[in-house]
Design a protein around this ligand. Structure first.
Ligand code: UDP
Ligand code: MG
Length: 320
């Protein structure tokens, strides 16, 4: 395949007007220092602020900047996916727009890639400026996920990584709708290695990952890579029925051997509440999986592109 771009940098953008110019500047500096050809591919995930205008301006000054704009907010993982589908480079780097991932680390990743690795992921050895809550839940979650799945998903890594063209190709062939990209990259395999870094604070602006989106992502991670929660449901059910059977025997014997009074209301009520609770949790859990099957079966496109600058080469109303 003839290729005139060696490196693609994919940057998902959602309401990042406060950081966009600075991250462009830092990325530009780093990519220039490679002395190779590159493209900076920004995926605007339906921003409502001035991000789109800024991207258009950047492209006006610099043909290495390319952008896609979704018709609405489809989410971070989908934005990354779209970037990987449209990237042309021999190696594709995915990096957040907020400079929490230091662009300078890309050089180290490229070095590993040139040594022959196909995936170089960035492992966070420290996280700065993130809340106590986020650090603890993130650390706990990655460990839980690791326990639940057979796929070897590395601890404490996000989506900041470099992928060889063939890995990118393999990823693009995975058409699932609920995408947990960091897990999928582990699933595809190839030669993977890590570089460590200290995750900085966001350069400006606020997180675009409110708790609701975080929970959605963590559920996608578990349901995409493990059936174990469903199995857990049957274990819990089994244990509880065993317990109730024993308790039933106890009640029957007690009724036969001793005189029975009316007492027992409290234990009945609490037990019934407890069992209903467990049943509902398990039903909800099944619902999570069924809902995802439903989404897959609808077979809708993963995202819709509204406008673009320089990505497909088609004339687009966004290009001016
Ligand atoms: N992002 C996105 N779509 C979304 C939410 C976030 O494209 O719906 C982008 C965001 O612009 C940033 C990256 O995903 O480049 C990571 O988001 P953020 O930094 O807010 O997450 P955090 O680092 O707080 O987990
Ligand atoms: Mg961030």
């Amino acid at each position: 395949m003839s290729n005139d771009v060696r490196f693609s940098v994919v940057i998902p953008v959602f309401n990042e007007e406060a950081v966009l110019e600075e991250s462009y500047r830092r990325l530009k500096e780093v990519m220039e220092s490679t002395g190779d050809t590159y493209e900076l591919l920004f995926v605007d995930d339906g921003s409502k602020d001035r991000s789109a205008t800024l991207l258009r301006e950047l492209r006006g000054q610099d043909p290495q900047v390319k952008w896609l704009r979704f018709s609405r907010n489809f989410g971070h993982q989908v934005a990354i996916t779209a970037g990987m589908e449209h990237a042309k480079g021999e190696a594709v780097v995915v990096i957040d727009a907020d400079l929490q991932d230091p662009p300078e680390l890309i050089l180290e990743m490229i070095q590993k890639w040139e040594e022959g690795f196909d995936v170089v992921y960035a492992k966070r050895k420290e996280r700065k400026g993130e809340s106590w809550f986020k650090r603890v839940t993130a650390a706990g979650y990655y460990r839980l996920l690791r326990g639940l799945t057979e796929v070897d998903i590395p601890l404490d890594t996000g989506d900041f990584r470099l992928l060889d063209r063939k890995v990118c190709h393999a990823m693009n062939a995975l058409k699932e709708k609920h995408r947990f990209v960091r897990g999928m990259v582990s699933w595809v395999g190839f030669r993977q290695t890590a570089v460590e870094y200290v995750r900085d604070e966001r350069w400006a602006g606020e997180t675009k990952y409110p708790l609701k989106k975080m929970l959605g992502l963590s559920m996608d991670g578990i349901t995409s890579f493990s059936y174990k929660p469903l199995r857990l449901a049957s274990y819990v059910g089994f244990l509880l029925s065993m317990g109730s059977f024993l308790y039933m025997m106890f009640i029957v014997l007690k009724a036969l051997l001793m005189e029975t009074g009316v007492p027992g209301w409290a234990s009945l009520a609490t037990m019934s509440l407890f069992f209903h609770g467990v049943t509902l949790i398990i039903l909800g859990l099944m619902g999570e999986y069924i809902g995802r099957i439903y989404d897959e079966s609808k077979n809708r496109p993963l995202y819709l592109i509204d406008r673009e600058g320089g990505v497909t080469g088609n004339v687009s109303p966004g290009e001016s």
